[in-house]
Ligand binder design. Sequence first.
Ligand code: ACO
Length: 361
Amino acid sequence: MKNGLEDVIAAETRLSDVDGPAGRLIIRGVSLDDLVADGTYESVAALLLDGLLEAHVNAEGLKERLGAARAEIYAYVVADATLLALPPVDAMRALIARLPDGEDFETAFRLLAAPAVFLPAVLRIQRGEAPVPPTASISQAADILRMMTGRLPSVEQTAALDAYLVTISDHGLNASTFASRVIASTHAGLTSSVLAAISALKGPLHGGAPGPVLDMLDAIGAESHAKTWLAAALDRGERLMGFGHRIYRVRDPRADALKNALKPLVATGQVDRSRITLAEAIEKAALAMLKERKPDRPLDVNVEFYTALLLESLGFPREAFTGVFAIGRTVGWIAHAREQLLEGRLIRPKSVYVGPFPIAA
Ligand code: ACO
């Protein structure tokens, strides 16, 4: 039995390949670096969904349909008392749960737009501000930032969010994607798949890590405190958030994609440079310490470390980070769910019973 299903192959996919030893990610035949170089959320979404929703999906057509879907979704924004009290990702999930379910294209487009509309609305409502309605004519990344802040974002901010959304759009059979495929295999519907996937994503061992990364940065505060703080955390048996990965045994390629995406913001003074310098110093100290303390387990930076810095730079509060991850990953969840529907069967593995048996009379 493979604890945690490590190395177990549970699906064939044409969507993405995660090469752990080489530290390489390919999405539908294109390497991550090439995708991020000039990619937008719409272009990677078209790539992932091509042939799985309609015979051909292109980025321009998708941008138009997403704009229309955001407008439709805005009607589902409510500001009830229950939502006010929930963490943003839970409030977003509760709103998505109100959407109709189905396996069709309309359901898929609604779901691509829903987290992008609901998260900024939830953040504003929880701050006591009125939500900002979507604008169909701009890109999804620009509209997310606009709906959150009430202002059109800069070109560099939009590009940075696009780079993030592209980078995290799909990543093999991770826990949330597996959850999406399991639900799809029962024909419960795409909305149910996305709800299950968000529920898996929000755990701190998956998509819930970037908020705690910033907590760590704040707790350390200055480069000179890094070694003492990190050593004490490891002595307490804690895991360093933003480090380690089930598949990668080298640096997560997404970490550098996001680190690079931060550069134009730093160069134009839209990010506090000292924050990045502190993070780099902590990264260096943590890597040296993990190498010394866990010599048999290669542990390097994962996607969440620079996610934290990038999303903070764009003005997202840390409690919203998992929700932003869900905005980007929904396209991967839907593509996998559609692939499962078109090519898979009911997912129903077996367990080994290790409990007691009735005593024979
Ligand atoms: N800090 C310190 N030690 C670690 C870390 C870490 N971040 N990650 C793994 N280890 C250690 C474990 O303590 C364990 O040591 P031991 O054998 O001496 O007990 C060993 O490495 C193996 O750990 P596992 O839990 O078996 O590794 P697994 O593959 O299950 O874990 C995971 C992967 C969950 C990502 C882990 O590295 C972790 O908890 N990281 C911190 C949380 C995090 O950053 N999550 C985001 C992951 S990226 C994503 O999902 C989008």
